[in-house]
Design a protein around this ligand. Structure first.
Ligand code: G3P
Length: 217
């Protein structure tokens, strides 16, 4: 499973990419709005750092505007993926942009029916938001199972990109189900590293080593 970073923060992207575990980056208007500087420059820098797919989202809500913005986003760098919302206009724009060979990530997906539409429109990625479903007492990971089943049935090539991941269990479940990608905020990847027995184990090894060294001195 590919691991994407869900942030527009250049410092965090540099830090996590340097670990060698990040395959791409997803952004959205809320994430990019938090960062200083021109968003296009930031997206260009992100592409150079990650050297993999980077999603940048359109602001327009009409299909013609989405296509215009989609062209601008695609022009930023060859790694750019145009993110459009799952609306009638978004699906129409997805079909048109995909027809031109531009990769599209259809976002704000909350049902299997919507995911089917994204695949039909030639999306490269579909982004179901698991955390926001959990927030309204609906199991987000059940949706991932449904989408993976449907895509497998018909061999759709659209990749299932689990978005709105809030904790490591979302990532583990995504991998068990066979999702193609999970995008995580830095805090979730940090949490994936942590285990008290790892910390304790290192402390114990070092203490034993130092004790043995002192006894030999
Ligand atoms: O990029 C979309 C996404 O992952 C949103 O996450 O935590 O705002 O629901 P969240």
């Amino acid at each position: 499973m590919k691991l994407f970073l869900d942030t527009g923060n250049l410092k965090d992207i540099e830090t996590f990419v340097s670990l060698g575990i990040i395959d791409g980056v997803t952004t959205n208007p809320s994430l990019l709005a938090k960062e200083p500087g021109d968003y296009r420059d930031n997206l260009r820098k992100i592409c150079r750092i990650v050297n993999g797919p980077v999603s940048g989202e359109v602001i327009a809500t009409d299909w013609a505007g989405m296509i215009r913005e989609g062209h601008e986003i695609a022009k930023i760098d060859a790694h750019m993926v145009v993110k459009v919302p799952l609306t009638r206009d978004g699906i129409r724009a997805c079909k048109a942009l995909a027809g031109e060979g531009i990769r599209v990530n259809v976002t704000l997906v909350f049902s299997a029916a919507q995911a089917l539409l994204a695949a039909k429109a030639g999306a490269t990625f579909v982004s179901p938001f698991v955390g926001r479903l959990d927030d309204i007492a609906t199991n987000g990971m059940d949706l991932i199972r449904e989408i993976v089943d449907i895509y497998d049935n018909y061999e759709f090539t659209t990749e299932v990109l689990v978005a709105s991941a809030r904790h490591p269990i979302h990532v583990v479940e995504a991998a068990r189900i066979g999702a193609d990608v999970c995008t995580c905020p830095p805090s979730v990847i940090d949490a994936m590293f942590n285990h008290p027995l790892t910390t304790l184990g290192i402390e114990r090894f070092l203490k034993d080593w130092e004790k043995a060294q002192a006894a030999r001195a």
